[in-house]
Design a protein around this ligand. Structure first.
Ligand SMILES: Cc1cc2nc3c(=O)[nH]c(=O)nc-3n(C[C@H](O)[C@H](O)[C@H](O)COP(=O)(O)OP(=O)(O)OC[C@H]3O[C@@H](n4cnc5c(N)ncnc54)[C@H](O)[C@@H]3O)c2cc1C
Length: 575
């Protein structure tokens, strides 16, 4: 069974679970009517299902390669890219002033979900360009916006982000690339960047690199970093391509997955660059791109979960092994899908994918409401949900694709079925765009500088839904209410820790526990919206009964503090 984008699922979640009507009720996003949303989802789904999904194996088997300093992409990728740009999907959330559609980010989530599920390695290219566009919209000088944005929004040019250097991964402040002012408004950029996704390709047009580098005498650490636009070809004033800039791809990485996405080692040798934002404020500008990309990477995890789940269900419904409890009944399929343990795995895939998607879309709604209203509470909510959407979305992608391999049995370990590709491709999502550990640390430190106010506001909301459910679904309402109370206690513990390492020691389990409870909240909302004991209510019951209890272990782990982590000496750990 080929991949089919989950259009009706999106419509339900937007309408009944994450409050998208708040967004479409604002003046800014008045055009995001249900008809427009329907038309967009349907069109993007067609592209993902019919054009991109057939390219997915090509990317895996015929990776991007470097030939004479130029990246040659996988067979069919250039046509797939062209189809994505022709639909205008890169500019869906971009400003209409420069040719974008000006629609909500939440709808970009759907685009990125369908693209990741159908062909993650190709879908990564427009994902980066979207973040690039947003960074320029907020921080670039007007002349740069005029010259670059129309081309990036149309997809004629693409955008990258260049942070990482061999000694500067999670510790971006350790980067040493240099930017020397040339006295004519330009800067000479020199240094090596590693792991640069889509650092080069053969789709035509320009490749615009946003590069972090240091000015002479800049302060050490993140305070001395500036952001520069460094294009592959220096554009003429009319937007035509001028001379080649002084940069090159040194090599491509050989990776566990996303083989179709060229991951480049880039060398800048006094390349011409232009400042984006203010000198030494590069991290603030890059954060616009990184926040966009963080939600986008969470969505990649969810897209892969969807693809892996559909793939596994199709296999399970075809594979026959042994007798099952449903044999001879009208319900029975006569396949492994009827075995209890396979049911457990499939239901887990479905319930977790729903939870992660609802969390990510709620984050999208927060971002859109921030843009539409400027309300500080929405800003804080979006900022708080971003690391959860990223880390939980990607953990779900990894867990669900793992289950996909398991459901295939031995065939899951055989590359031809494609189950393993989902598992290999999604693995990087927990690593790039800030590892999930770094996301969790951001959540318990920076995102809790308000003393837990935002976290508690979300917990209040969960409890309100649980209260509402008490009459109609008392067992589910009670379990969710109790879980919210446990989460509140863990949150109080976190905010009471003055020493940040105490929080960091439990950051990942805290994030996972929070996500588990939040996922239950959205399942409950879906069940309440459905109104009877339909499939959404039964899925909610599965999640709340079987998966929600994981929060107890996570939150107990979260509140242990750091001391015992250092109880074993380095010698003992390495013995
Ligand atoms: C396929 C791929 C594509 C990528 N694309 C891009 C790109 O387009 N642009 C770009 O700039 N970069 C890109 N990256 C780089 C990516 O963002 C980094 O790999 C990531 O930020 C982690 O850095 P690192 O690999 O140096 O790991 P390290 O920072 O060395 O981390 C190793 C481990 O230590 C942990 N750790 C590190 N610091 C801390 C800390 N302070 N506290 C607790 N734990 C810590 C990490 O969580 C991790 O588990 C890409 C990477 C890959 C693999």
């Amino acid at each position: 069974m080929p991949y089919r984008s989950p259009v009706s699922e999106y419509k339900f979640v937007l309408e009944h679970v994450v409050g998208f009507s708040d967004v479409s009720s604002t003046d800014t996003y008045a055009e995001a009517t249900p008809d427009t949303v329907d038309a967009i989802l349907t069109e993007v789904a067609k592209l993902a299902d019919e054009v991109m999904a057939p390219l997915n194996r090509n990317g895996d088997l015929d990776p991007a390669r470097l030939e004479n300093g130029v990246v040659r992409t996988s067979k069919g990728f250039a046509d797939g890219y062209k189809a994505m740009t022709e639909g205008g999907w890169l500019g869906l959330a971009a400003t209409p002033e420069y040719g974008g559609m000006g629609l909500p980010q939440t709808l970009s989530c759907a685009v990125n979900d369908f693209f990741a599920a159908s062909c993650m390695s190709l879908g990564l290219n427009p994902l980066l360009t979207q973040g690039h566009i947003e960074a320029l919209e907020h921080h670039a000088p007007d002349w740069m916006k005029d010259l670059y944005l129309p081309k990036l929004i149309s997809g004629e040019w693409s955008g990258t982000m260049n942070l990482t250097e061999p000694q500067a991964g999670s510790d971006v402040g350790a980067l040493t690339s240099k930017a020397e002012p040339q006295g004519d408004g330009t800067y000479a950029i020199s240094g090596q960047k590693i792991y640069i996704s889509w650092g080069d390709h053969d789709f035509g047009g320009n490749i615009c690199h946003l590069v972090l580098a240091r000015l002479p005498d800049a302060a050490p650490g993140t305070k001395g970093i500036s952001l520069f636009m460094v294009p592959k070809y220096i554009p003429n004033e009319d937007g035509s391509l001028g001379e080649a800039n002084s940069l090159r791809v040194v090599s491509l990485e050989h990776k566990l997955g996303i083989h179709g996405s060229p991951t480049c080692v880039m060398e800048y040798d006094r390349a011409t660059g232009w400042l984006v934002g203010e000198e030494n404020k590069g991290m603030a500008a890059m954060f616009t791109m990184m926040n966009n990309a963080r939600l986008g990477v969470g969505i990649q995890g969810i897209g892969i979960a969807e693809g892996a789940m559909q793939h596994a269900i199709a296999y399970a419904m075809d594979r026959k092994q042994g007798r099952t409890p449903l044999d001879g009944t009208p319900e029975g399929t006569g396949t492994i899908l009827d075995h209890a343990d396979v049911r457990r795995m499939v239901a887990t895939m479905k319930a977790d994918t729903f939870a992660a998607r609802a969390i990510a879309l709620a984050c999208g709604v927060g971002i859109d409401m921030t843009a539409a209203t400027g309300d500080k509470a929405w800003t804080a909510r979006a900022a708080f949900l971003t690391p959860i959407a990223k880390a939980f979305g990607t953990e779900v992608g990894i867990r669900v694709s793992e289950l996909g391999v398991q459901i295939h049995g031995g065939m899951g370990f055989i590359e031809e079925t494609g189950a393993a590709q989902y598992s290999r491709d999604v693995r990087v999502t927990a690593i790039y765009e800030g590892t999930n550990g770094i996301q969790a640390m951001d959540m318990v430190a920076r995102k809790m500088m308000d003393g837990g106010e935002t976290a508690n506001a979300i917990i209040d909301e969960i409890e309100a839904t649980a209260e509402e459910a008490r009459a109609k679904l008392p067992d589910l309402g009670e379990a969710v209410w109790q879980s919210a109370e446990t989460l509140r206690e863990a949150t109080e513990w976190m905010t009471a820790q003055g020493e940040l390492n105490e929080r960091f020691a439990g950051a990942v389990p805290y994030l996972m526990g929070f996500a588990r409870v939040l996922g239950a909240h959205y399942h409950l909302k879906a069940a309440l919206a459905e109104g009877d004991n339909g499939p959404r209510t039964r899925l909610a019951r599965f999640y709340i009964t079987r998966l929600l209890p994981e929060h107890i272990g996570h939150l107990a782990h979260a509140t242990c503090g750091a001391e015992d982590l250092y109880a074993l000496t380095t010698d003992e750990l390495t013995a």
